[in-house]
Every structure is written in C-alpha cells, then in structure tokens.
Design a protein around this ligand. Structure first.
Ligand code: 3PG
Length: 216
C-alpha cells in the first residue's frame, strides 16, 4: 500500500457523490448541500470544462470536504486535477498512463475494473481500492461476491459505482470487500443545474441514514 493512500480519510463515510458540474459557480453550493446532508466526499468528474475550477473552488472554500477528480481518462487530466487540489482520483477504467501519472503525482487513484484480469492488472500497478464500474450492469453484488473468492486475501477493496441508489445501497455495503459506494443519485446533473440544494441535502441525508443502519 502506498504511503499516500490515506483511504480511511476518503472512504470512511462509505459513500462518494459522483457529480457532473456544468457551471463552476455551482461547485461550492453543491458541496455545501452534501455537507449539510452529512457527506464530505465528492468526486467532480472531468466531463465538463469547469471541472478543475470546481475542484479548486471547493478546496478553497470548504476544508471539511474531501474532493476527488473523476472520469480521469488521460495523464494530462491527472496533472490538472492535482494542480486544482484534488485529494483523490477516479477513472472509469484501467489506464497505464493514468496510473503512472497518479503515482508520479502521489495522487491516490481508484481505477475502474470489472474482470478478474483487470483486478490483477490493477494490483500489479499498485492499486488496491478499485472502482467496480458499471456495477449494476456487470453483475452487481453477485459479481463482487464471486471476485472475493480469488482476491479476498489480497486486501483488494471495491468501490462499486453505476446504477446504485438508496434502495440497493445496503446490499453493497453488507459486503466486506466493499470499501465504499459511488453514485450520482443524490446530486444528479439536473438537480445541480436547477440548483436544487435542499433536495440534494435531503437525498444525501437519506443515504447517510441508510449507511448508518447498514450492517457491515
Ligand atoms: C460514474 O460516472 O461513475 C457513474 O456513471 C455514476 O453512476 P450513476 O450515475 O449510476 O450513479
């Protein structure tokens, strides 16, 4: 495990909000809405031009937030994310270039995997916290149970993301190999664009309640 992989800090709440922010002005109010609902971890996806600016703004304004950069597809995006102050990175897949850049910049990375071969590649590249994406499409809870067989003893942990909501969250959190769950349901792009901060806080609080009741 890398000394810079302070996963307890990033994943202790067992939930990461995956956000698509179209206007950087919405970044701080969104992170405030999540914090008001009890969640500190937000992944700002590099799918919009203002992603790096959004990360920088949240970092400056809200020291209690833990801010990651998501949808990292290139080494250059890793560099931009680190420059903006991202505390962790997430990628939908397993790219050697992204992995190398993350190591070079000491950015904790959660690369995306689905198959046993990809899990082995990720372990070879030095990563143990892996995004399982798209979780529901690729077998969900049953697939994660099967992967625990050959990989349980390696210490690998998964962050299933894709198709998760408050309804199926408990089934994922019940698995010991699941470190945390990622999802956009509490802050969908439309809710952010509409500045529905109260609704986002309510959905976040509901998710946090589900997590507090989940048996681990
Ligand atoms: C992601 O961007 O990581 C996933 O698309 C989030 O999946 P969800 O929107 O189904 O939560």
């Amino acid at each position: 495990m890398h000394p810079f992989m302070d996963t307890d800090r990033f994943l202790s709440q067992r939930l990461i909000c995956v956000a698509v922010i179209d206007r950087a002005d919405d970044a701080v109010p969104l992170a405030e809405a999540l914090l008001a609902g009890g969640l500190n971890a937000i992944e700002v996806t590099f799918r919009t031009a203002g992603a790096a600016d959004a990360i920088a703004r949240i970092r400056r304004a809200l020291p209690d937030a833990v801010v990651g950069a998501g949808t990292l597809l290139t080494a250059d995006q890793v560099k931009q994310a680190v420059a903006a102050g991202a505390q962790f990175g997430v990628s939908p897949g397993l790219s050697e270039a992204v992995s190398r850049a993350a190591h070079d910049h000491r950015l904790p990375l959660f690369p995306g995997v689905v198959t046993p071969t990809e899990v082995m590649r990720a372990l070879d590249l030095g990563w143990k916290h892996l995004k399982f994406f798209p979780a529901e499409t690729f077998g969900g809870v049953n697939a994660l149970k099967a992967l625990a067989g050959p990989f349980g003893h390696t210490g690998v942990k998964f962050i299933p993301t894709g198709g998760i909501s408050a309804a199926n969250l408990p089934a994922y959190l019940a698995l010991p190999q699941v470190a945390a769950v990622g999802g956009s349901w509490m802050a969908e792009r439309k809710l952010v664009a509409e500045k529905s901060w109260g609704k986002i806080t309510a959905l976040t609080a509901e998710a946090m309640k589900v997590i507090s009741l989940a048996k681990v």
